[in-house]
Write a protein that binds this ligand. Sequence first.
Ligand SMILES: [Zn+2]
Length: 366
Amino acid sequence: MILPSVFKQIEPTFPAGLLDDPLLLVRVRATGRSLLFDCGPLHHLAKRTIKSIDAIFISHAHMDHFMGMDAFVRHSMVSGRVYDIYGPPGMAARMERKLGGYDWNLAEDFWSDLRVHEIHPTHFARTLFSGSQGFRGTFLGREERRDALIYANGHLQVEAALFDHKIPVLGFRITEKPGFQVDPKELESLGLIPGHWLQELKKNYYEKKLSLPIRVNTREGEKKLSGEDLYGRIRRESPCTSIGYLTDIGATAANFKQAGELFADLSLLICECSYLRNHKDKARRSFHLCTDDARKLAEKLRPRFFLPMHLSKSHLKHPQDLYRELRLPTDVTLLQLPSYQTPRPRLCDEIEPPTSWRDQEEKESS
Ligand SMILES: [Zn+2]
């Protein structure tokens, strides 16, 4: 399932669907590399997709969010790369126990490393699990957290905050960095003629070499200009788009306040909605959200799009109940499962013979 194309640089998808265990893959279009948010049923993914993952962000270590880590390690351990894994306090000990469940006596020098970053309220704690050392953990140290930012590459950044699910749970905000964009009106007003120099300027922008001078075509002929000045004058300003990913939190005032701080002005909120209204008591007991809670959150945050996920399979029997109960404000677009679901396999006694066969059988028996 691919989400709406409001994003320019990134492509969020739910390769395992919206039911049951969550798995959000965010692919960077320009590089083909990906980030993974939660680690549910990873075996759904093609090997080449797993190989495109640079970093994994785990909301918490309940089994439905963490069990895919084994499949990830299996497919990535001999690639010789360093993978970054972000998780709540206690993640390093959980990785150590998970990796400690296997024998690694045949580990080779070129095997991959897993670098675990625990996100605490005021600091990071980092531990390296080196493949060449049979994934034995080495504590790398602590680093102060100055703001919500936990990860960035040339195309996006990830911020995080801790929520309460009777254990600490991370919510994530993924924001696209502004891409290279040129305003044709500015080109016209400056007498610039589009040409190969625009490609060169774009390349310099992404390679962080805008300080290099550039030869441009103008109505008066060729000119050499400073790349930085030039882009500053012709760039088109547009707002950055962002995704909020929130799952498995209790419907408490403190959690809603934290959501308000991390998720202001979102393009898309991807939010757990495990229970219908009539199972509110179950939601309260297990510190999950029901439809009424998710609606209140959408009313508070007013994202442009709202996608309920981590849905119980029981929703499938009456999918419209879920969407009817959510009743979002008119400025928030609710993204829904398609009305058509892949049919389940049929049992032998559920298959009827064609009518012509039945007619023939009736004739023969009479
Ligand atoms: Zn949970």
